[in-house]
Design a protein around this ligand. Structure first.
Ligand SMILES: Cc1cc2nc3c(=O)[nH]c(=O)nc-3n(C[C@H](O)[C@H](O)[C@H](O)COP(=O)(O)OP(=O)(O)OC[C@H]3O[C@@H](n4cnc5c(N)ncnc54)[C@H](O)[C@@H]3O)c2cc1C
Length: 382
């Protein structure tokens, strides 16, 4: 039985106002779904995790997971705004009382957008400890220099959580020490040391590369303690992985619904294609794998909400759900035959969109490496 029935129904109703034709038009132009994100924001869905004292709903992670799952299940794309749900957690857990009071109520009200998250760099990739962007303290400001890549939604965000090196690497120091998190006000920064360049991708994802050239960030925008930034970012990653996994479950359900419907109505050789086992079985298998992945998402949510730090379950949920959504996507395109490639069916668009989750926000290989090392006790491979 699915939890949060009322929230799910309300999200589905909101999403019904943004049908395939809306997303197709944006996809052609690679345009941002501003109206959709505004509607989600105004209905309070993006601030469900913000505590009530700061103007949010103070709901647990499973409510956010239900919302994002429904968004994807309705054929919409939460990738346009999902980051606000989990990046806010870094500010909530590690920000000062003054920072929380300044930013969280404005984010909850929808006056401020915290959609951008600058971690990945072109030369270091998954090896975050090798990132090269520096933030040097000069008086009451950090001076930031360097470059980020794949900073999604940067053009549609007021704030960015930025991970930069504040202490140069030295002998005996852990590679991930000396990194700090800064909250960058993009409205002030653009044109004053911050340049954003969009990257065109195979799906419409509003992602960018960002260049810092002596960007000045007030020292008071440091989150938590200097040098501990990597731990702060890591602390939010389980939530991020679980929420992305919930989105993949929603995608898988959309693909399975579409495949089932089409298999029932398309008639070839005088009978529905769905009467053939060769058509049924891939859909049935995708369904079974989706259900198994869904159980792992629930397990990760239960552990997370019980106060545990479920690294293994969050990673497994993300990997299994991403695999399930892509398997369902493949079965759906195959079921549709040639029409699977036609824009108007939305299948090819969703296929492109869900493929991302094999790579981002963490690639399957790195999840397998985590499980090998931390769960199975095998030697670290990287
Ligand atoms: C559309 C999109 C949006 C994104 N949004 C954001 C964002 O908002 N903010 C942000 O900071 N980042 C973002 N990312 C970055 C994303 O998190 C990275 O692309 C991802 O973590 C992989 O890093 P990489 O691209 O540098 O790949 P690399 O690290 O270069 O790896 C390339 C391939 O090699 C494999 N590999 C690397 N090392 C090993 C190893 N030791 N063992 C086995 N396999 C290995 C990887 O699994 C991968 O398949 C986004 C990426 C995309 C494509």
């Amino acid at each position: 039985m699915e939890a949060y029935t009322e929230i799910r129904q309300a999200v589905a109703k909101l999403c019904a106002g943004f049908p395939g034709s809306y997303w197709r038009a944006l996809d052609r132009e690679m345009a941002y779904p501003t109206e959709f994100v505004n509607a989600l924001t105004e209905s309070g869905y993006l601030s469900v995790l913000i505590p009530e004292e700061y103007g949010g709903s103070g709901l647990p992670l499973s409510a956010a997971a239900a919302i994002l799952e429904e968004v994807q299940r309705a054929g919409c794309n939460g990738g346009a705004c999902h980051a606000q749900m989990y990046t806010m957690g870094t500010l909530l857990r590690h920000g000062s009382a003054a920072q929380k009071a300044e930013y969280l109520p404005a984010i909850a009200e929808g006056r401020l957008r915290l959609q951008a998250f600058g971690v990945t760099e072109p030369t270091s990739g998954t090896d975050t400890g090798s990132l090269k962007t520096t933030a040097r303290l000069e008086g009451d400001r950090y001076v930031v220099n360097g470059q980020k890549i794949w900073t999604s939604r940067a053009e549609h965000s007021d704030l960015m959580l930025l991970l930069a090196r504040t202490t140069p690497k030295a002998d005996g120091m852990k590679r991930t020490d000396g990194l700090s998190v800064l909250l960058v006000d993009m409205r002030e920064a653009r044109g004053n040391g911050l340049t954003i360049r969009p990257i065109r991708t195979m799906m419409n994802h509003a992602t960018t590369e960002i260049f810092f050239d002596n960007l000045r960030v007030p020292a008071q925008n440091l989150i938590g303690e200097e040098g501990r930034g990597f731990r702060y970012i890591l602390s939010g990653m389980n939530a991020e992985r679980i929420l992305i996994a919930a989105e993949c479950i929603g995608d898988a359900k959309w693909f399975i619904d579409r495949a089932r419907a089409y298999a029932g109505e398309r008639s070839v050789f005088g009978r529905p294609i769905g009467a053939n086992q060769g058509v049924q079985f891939p859909i049935a298998k995708a369904y079974a794998n989706m259900r198994a992945a869904e159980l792992m998402v629930r397990e990760a949510l239960t552990l997370y909400e019980g106060g545990a730090n479920p690294g293994a379950e969050a990673n497994m949920a993300k990997m299994l759900a991403a695999d399930a959504s892509f398997e369902a996507a493949n079965a759906c395109i195959q079921t549709h035959g040639g029409f699977g490639f036609a824009e108007e069916y939305d299948v090819e668009r969703k296929f492109r969109e869900t493929r991302l989750y094999q790579v981002a926000p963490i690639s399957t290989n790195l999840i397998l490496a985590y499980l090998s090392e931390h769960v199975l006790g095998l030697p670290r491979s990287y």
